[in-house]
Design a protein around this ligand. Sequence first.
Ligand SMILES: *Cc1c(COP(=O)(O)O)cnc(C)c1O
Length: 381
Amino acid sequence: MIVVRETPGSDADKGYTDMIPMVDLKTQYLSMKEEIDRGILEALEKCQFILGPNVSAFEEEAAAYLGAKNAVSVASGTDALHLALAASGIGKGDEVITTPFTFIATAEAIRYVGANPVFVDIDPYTFNIDPAKIEEAITPATKAVIPVHLFGQPADMDTIEKVCKRHGLLIIEDCAQSFGALAGKCMTGTIGSMGCFSFFPSKNLGCYGDGGMISTNCPELAARIRVLRNHGSEIRYHHSTIGYNSRLDEIQAVILRAKLKRITSFNEGRRRVAGLYTSLLENTGIACPYEDGKGTHVYHQYTVLTDKRDKIMQVLSSAGIASAIYYPIPLHRQEVFAEEYKSVTLPVSERVSSRCMSLPVFPEMTEEQVREVVGVIKEAL
Ligand SMILES: *Cc1c(COP(=O)(O)O)cnc(C)c1O
């Protein structure tokens, strides 16, 4: 039987039994246990649980790492997207262009503010939104574009910026999978007007629960998001707008501060594993991830294309090796959207969804483990 894990990283939460998991959070925790345990205990002693000192320190450190003027933490990546849209004043009747080949949260956030997602097909090689197809999707109702830096590879921001500038559209980057990825000279999350990050445990920078963040160079947007995340309040018990309860907690901030110090080496570890996979999978007929060279791919996922997906996943599973399909159904074909978008066909997304599969990739993965995965794949073929 093929075990398909629909939620990113859910395997990490359920307590996996695979010999080689998609991501090995336990090994990573043990490598920094002392620092994390000590930080958590100190935070418990301090009892400043909401918007405490570790949260503000993390925001400053994360902004500095990204080269953004501001970073505002929130309760999840989904909330980051939601509050970014809300802070932009996007709402009912507006259209937001995005990719159909992403996690549902990208489109959910658009719906939360009452706007309509307009799905634009992807590039067959990078799996990111195809910038050449954005322009024809623009209408007078279009307000923003949300490119997703899928699997850790930056979307083609140069071209997207040009199109958006020409049409006066806002860019909100979905950086849930791309913490630390460079797009050209800048980090993802500092190119559009806002960058939305997720700290879901399995993400490149992940905490031990839910967490998220918005980066922005615009002080007004940062200030608005700070108010929105805290019940529409700047001064306690004075409420200027209807806001939300969406804050990162102090314990998660401790964990994120420890991991942020190591994120460059974590991402290098992922790139090392990816490079090894790509060289070992040569001449197998499997299409390995394509790097467009415009940015640094940080390999949140190592996603390949193959016509023999079921067979490979079955053989991997019996060998105790995890694999997953990110994503099996493009958003315009999801039950929630299917009726409304039934006249929309996005052939590249549909074809990629039917052939893609992701292999284990995490910074601590050993060369031996990568060789084992590839060995089993070669057997399956
Ligand atoms: C994980 C993810 C999100 C949502 O983040 P959460 O922290 O789980 O709410 C949004 N977009 C993409 C592309 C993601 O991978």
